[in-house]
Design a binder for this molecule. Structure first.
Ligand code: NAP
Length: 481
């Protein structure tokens, strides 16, 4: 019997379009085919940009109360269809259904915060009379939208990271073209469905499906695209930055985040938080904990508690309510992670638990004795692997935490405020969590990194700032006044 394969359409400037050439979307857990999406061509991308030019005029002219209403209606739509959104995230990506539900709920938050922030895009009056000769000038600045935003997004949070670009873009009156990750396009397409249902005018939003290597350059290099809001890996981020030309760049890149555990910390809380931070979404998380620096006198106790908690993890079917961790995004990625662990072991590292692969699944893995020059100690592994390092004191932990080319977020566990403040001042990161792991974020806080972790900040209000520019207005008053 011939199986009927469903085809999912892309959303180009308000129209649902199919193409003869398609890309398979597969469930990473068993490689089964979920559906196909169009493999958009360069011409499709050029058309999307052409339509977005008009989309920008429409978006910029839309009164703020309409933007607020549309954003809230899109959030309502997702709320009403919450399980459909969660299931789509869980099927096409790596997340378990419980992780996916959290992402769908956060997406609703992101859109509601965007609606709130739309009414707070303010300017200021400028005291022009600060300069001699300007006593007869009055004026102000306000923030205006910049035009077409290109949003290029990764696979690991396929809904909420797209919402983090679309929500602020609509709130601030821009047009936006989303190119989601090729392996997880369906959640982004569902987000477009929510905005269509909410009454967003056509042409303001496009979600175009296709490979970054084939259609990415058209978007990245096009002079009418005024900003590239990219979330993804360092390598692609660097390539895009080189090609972009004179455009604004938002770069939300990767990391290999540290956690520091001092001997005055609550060890059980630290273990719980770091285990979750290391293995959330099978470690495919830009904020995931990869390196843990533990004060020597508590190292063995921490290690034993950590392994015991990790070994309780249930690995398996993403759609089961009882699964704690699913597969990596595909077998190739699991093989890559396995290779990095094997390299570390070859150089002297010890595997305390995990270290085994089955297809796209890789067990939660804890390493010790990891030499500082191997890949897992320096680069982003983007998998369920965490290394434990003993340190003498806070100074050594900070020095080692800062010794890499990343700096997104960090966590420190201590009950000593002085030590916490010392770490806050000295750690090279975009965010530091006291008594939480690096894997803590709310959608309204500034979010982004330093060094190889990126440029600029997201978090709705901060994205709106990046997606707008100040325009100065100055009135020269008549002499009679
Ligand atoms: P990726 O390989 O860098 O891809 C990200 C996106 O960029 C995809 O849509 C990809 O398209 C596209 N792309 C790749 N090369 C391109 C090019 N030359 N021109 C235009 N587009 C291009 O990353 P990923 O594997 O999906 O995601 C994992 C990475 O994202 C990790 O490094 C993680 O830390 C990072 N991340 C960062 C944050 C943050 O907020 N800082 C959040 C989540 C993830 P295709 O899929 O078609 O290749």
């Amino acid at each position: 019997m011939e199986m009927k394969i469903t085809r999912t359409k892309m959303f180009l400037a308000g129209k649902w379009l199919d193409r003869e050439q398609t890309i398979d979307v597969r469930n990473p857990q068993d490689n089964s085919l979920i559906t196909t999406v169009p493999a958009a061509s360069k011409e499709d991308m050029l058309n999307a940009i052409e339509e977005a030019k008009e989309g920008f005029n429409i978006a910029a002219a839309m009164p703020v109360h309409e933007r607020i209403s549309i954003l809230n209606k899109a959030a309502d739509y997702i709320e009403a269809n919450h399980e459909k959104y969660a299931t789509t995230i869980a099927r096409e990506g790596s997340k378990t259904i419980r992780e996916a539900r959290k992402e769908a709920s956060r997406c609703i938050q992101t859109l509601r915060i965007s609606a709130e922030e739309a009414r707070r895009i303010n300017g200021e009056t400028i005291p022009f009379d600060q300069m001699p000769g300007s006593e007869d000038r009055v004026g102000y600045y306000y923030r205006f939208p910049i035009g077409i935003i290109a949003a290029i997004t990764p696979f690991n949070d396929p809904l909420n990271l797209v919402a983090h670009k679309v929500g602020p873009a609509i709130a601030s009156g821009n047009a936006i073209i989303v190119k989601p990750a090729t392996v997880t396009p369906l959640s982004a397409i569902l987000l477009a469905e929510a905005f269509e249902a909410a009454g967003l005018p056509e042409k303001v939003l496009t979600v175009i499906t296709g490979r970054g290597s084939e259609i990415g350059d058209v978007l990245v290099t096009h002079p009418d695209v005024r900003m590239i809001s990219f979330t993804g890996g360092l390598e692609a981020g660097l390539e895009i930055s080189k090609k972009a030309g004179l455009k604004k760049l938002g770069m939300e890149l990767g990391s290999n985040s540290p956690a520091i555990v001092l001997d005055d910390a609550d060890l059980d809380e630290a273990v719980e938080s770091i285990v979750s931070g290391a293995f959330w979404a099978a470690g495919q998380n830009c904020l995931g904990v990869q390196r843990v620096y533990i004060q020597k006198n508590i190292f063995n106790t921490f290690k034993e508690k950590f392994i015991s908690r990790t070994e309780q993890y249930s690995i398996g079917d993403k759609l089961s309510e009882f699964t704690d961790m699913g597969p990596l995004i595909n077998e190739k990625e699991a093989i890559r992670v396995e290779g990095i662990v094997n390299e570390a072991v070859g150089l002297g590292a010890k595997v305390l638990c995990g270290g085994k692969r089955n297809g796209a699944f890789y067990l939660p893995t804890v390493l010790t004795d990891v030499p500082s020059d191997c890949t897992v100690a320096k680069e982003e592994i983007f998998g369920p692997v965490v290394s434990l390092f003993p340190v003498d004191d806070l100074e050594e932990a900070i020095k080692k935490s800062n010794s890499v080319n990343f700096g997104l977020q960090a966590g420190i566990f201590t009950s000593d405020l002085n030590k916490a403040f010392s770490a806050i001042g000295k750690m090279d990161v975009g965010g530091i969590m006291i008594n939480d792991s690096s894997d803590y974020r709310i959608d309204g806080m500034p979010f982004g990194g330093v060094k190889g972790s990126g440029l600029g900040r997201e978090g709705v209000k901060f994205s709106i700032h990046e997606m707008t520019e100040p325009k100065v207005v100055c009135f020269k008053l008549p002499k009679a006044l």
